[in-house]
Write a protein that binds this ligand. Structure first.
Ligand SMILES: [Zn+2]
Ligand SMILES: [Zn+2]
Length: 241
């Protein structure tokens, strides 16, 4: 209900009135003009499993070589830095759900550009929010992205298969070592959802990839539930310090 209430207004505003690019402030039909989208999301070499930026010619980062992660392939639009940090904060924390329409095509393009070593996924799943967080925010930003990317890529999307029954401590508040432990048992595939996961090539969709603990935990849960493979598509990847 709440989602239906939030969306029509910004959509109308974007569709009917001239608007400004969020970044360069030039008049643009889009919230992010094509020039800025290209300039701030250059195509660079990234780790195929975790999307960490790498020197050209290298395809897997040292951490993923040492300990191969459960997710098969990763795609991201850009590093988590200007202007994406501000755009994503507006999208996620300040109620600007309409930014999903500007951001989703970039993620659709980045995911399609990933090296075609594997067939594309046949199911997109958003990283879920807990029911409490969803009520508080009014929408799951990952689902707003996932359903639009799904439409653009011609892939099915479901928000009801992977769930997060209880809230855990904010990942950002925890030291790196505690983040994975914090998430253990945070995500579940309900028994009634297993048939829809079984044998499917799944891609998880999220806004930001920080340590990768969330993606890793979700991917492990989905593989245990019978997914054939799990990819991870995120808007922005935090560069390593
Ligand atoms: Zn611009
Ligand atoms: Zn990696």
């Amino acid at each position: 209900m709440r989602r239906q209430y939030i969306e029509p207004m910004p959509r109308l505003r974007v569709a009917l009135l001239p608007s400004q690019c969020e970044v360069c402030r030039l008049w643009s039909r889009d919230r992010l003009c094509p020039e800025c989208a290209t300039r701030f999301a250059p195509t660079v070499a990234r780790c195929e499993h975790c999307a960490l930026r790498l020197p050209g010619g290298v395809t897997v980062c040292g951490a993923c070589l040492r300990e191969p992660p459960p997710q098969r392939q990763a795609a991201c639009v850009a590093d988590y830095a200007f202007p994406w940090d501000g755009l994503i904060a507006d999208f996620k924390f300040h109620g600007h759900v309409e930014l999903a329409s500007a951001l989703a095509p970039l993620l659709a393009r980045a995911s399609a550009a990933a090296p075609a070593r594997h067939p594309p996924p046949d199911l997109l799943l958003p990283v879920p929010l807990s029911p409490g967080r969803l009520r508080e925010r009014g929408y799951n930003q990952a689902w707003e992205l996932a359903r639009r990317v799904a439409r653009l890529r011609g892939i099915a999307a479901r928000a009801d298969l992977l769930s997060r029954p209880v809230e855990t401590a904010h990942q950002a508040d925890l030291p790196r070592a505690q983040r994975l432990a914090n998430l253990r048992a945070a995500f579940i595939v309900e028994p009634r959802a297993r048939a829809a996961i079984l044998g499917r090539h799944v891609a998880l969709v999220d806004d930001v990839w920080t340590t990768g603990a969330t993606v890793r935990e979700c991917a492990a849960v989905l593989l245990r539930a019978g997914a054939a493979s799990v990819d991870a598509w995120v808007l922005a990847r935090t560069p390593e310090h």
